[in-house]
Design a protein around this ligand. Structure first.
Ligand code: DGL
Length: 280
């Protein structure tokens, strides 16, 4: 296939649920002419407490599905899946361009003034090689305070963004970090940008919150430009949403604008393979 035709293919983005929509938002803002396939594996959410082997199997099935749908590049818009599967995906699909997430410890370490940084992420992300390697490479001289915010992903997924429960979980996570005088909080889970107002209400203006989504959008542009695979169409790109559970949840978090063409599709897992549910 020539490069122009390849450029017309969509970008595939996936997460366990709505979290990756925070990354998709940034990508759409930077690349409005790109067609996008967004897949939320809501049948399996949360990924956070699951085993690496399980998350890897899901990520392989999802990648296979997105490639079948014509994805020219895949954004693993989930820190947990990136930690568990990104290296293996790159090995197994050497011809595919992948953009993965890693907790933004590097920019935090570079800009902290107190030398103390908070990181919020899931247990699997903290246990993974990717996180260990980022800390080892960039944050040796920085004190890191971690919290895996148990239950937060599920509440965000349910849309309870400003609920007392969300306030309680974040208070519990952030208070000890504030006592330790952190000046930066890294959002190491793509669900968390949806509760930035609550986080910032707790931390106040002296603490900087780092959402890696804009950096992921810039990396996507870099890879597509380098491969001459940017979509050259003049019109607004369309959006296809896929969910292995309830695609309406994705719509609630990503309501289409008036000039946007959006389709919603339900998927089902058949063993380790994702299949479209007819008529959904
Ligand atoms: N949004 C995902 C992440 O970035 C994880 C949510 C989950 O536990 O499923 O880590």
């Amino acid at each position: 296939m020539d490069k122009k035709a390849r450029g017309q293919q969509p970008i595939g983005i996936f997460d366990s649920g709505v979290g990756g929509l925070s990354v998709m938002r940034a990508i759409r803002q930077e690349l409005p002419h790109e067609d996008i396939l967004y897949l939320g594996d809501q049948a399996h959410i949360p990924y956070g407490p699951r085993s690496k082997a399980q998350i890897k199997a899901f990520s392989f099935g999802i990648t296979q599905f997105l490639l079948t749908q014509g994805a020219k590049l895949i954004v693993v818009a989930c820190n947990t899946a990136s930690g568990a599967a990104l290296y293996a995906l790159r090995d197994a699909f050497p011809d595919v361009l992948f953009v993965g997430m890693e907790p933004a410890v590097k920019p935090a370490a570079e800009t902290t003034r107190t030398g103390k940084v908070g990181v919020l992420a899931t247990p699997t992300t903290f246990a993974g090689d990717l996180y260990a390697s980022v800390v080892e490479r960039f944050a040796r001289d920085v004190s890191i305070y971690k919290s895996n915010c148990p239950g937060l992903v599920e509440l965000i997924e349910a849309g309870a963004l400003d609920s007392p429960e969300v306030h309680r979980i974040l208070e519990e996570a952030l208070s000890p970090m504030m006592d330790a005088e952190i000046d930066t909080v890294v959002l190491g889970c793509t669900h968390y940008p949806f509760v930035i107002p609550v986080i910032e209400a707790i931390t106040g203006p002296s603490v900087r919150t780092i959402d890696p989504a804009p950096a992921i959008a810039r990396q996507t542009i870099r890879l597509l430009s380098k491969g001459h695979m940017l979509n050259q169409q003049d019109s607004q790109g369309n959006l296809q949403l896929f969910s292995s559970s309830d695609p309406q949840k994705l719509i609630q978090f990503s309501p289409p604008s008036h000039d946007e063409e959006t389709s919603v599709n339900r998927l089902t897992w058949n063993g380790e393979t994702l299949c479209l549910v007819d008529g959904a």
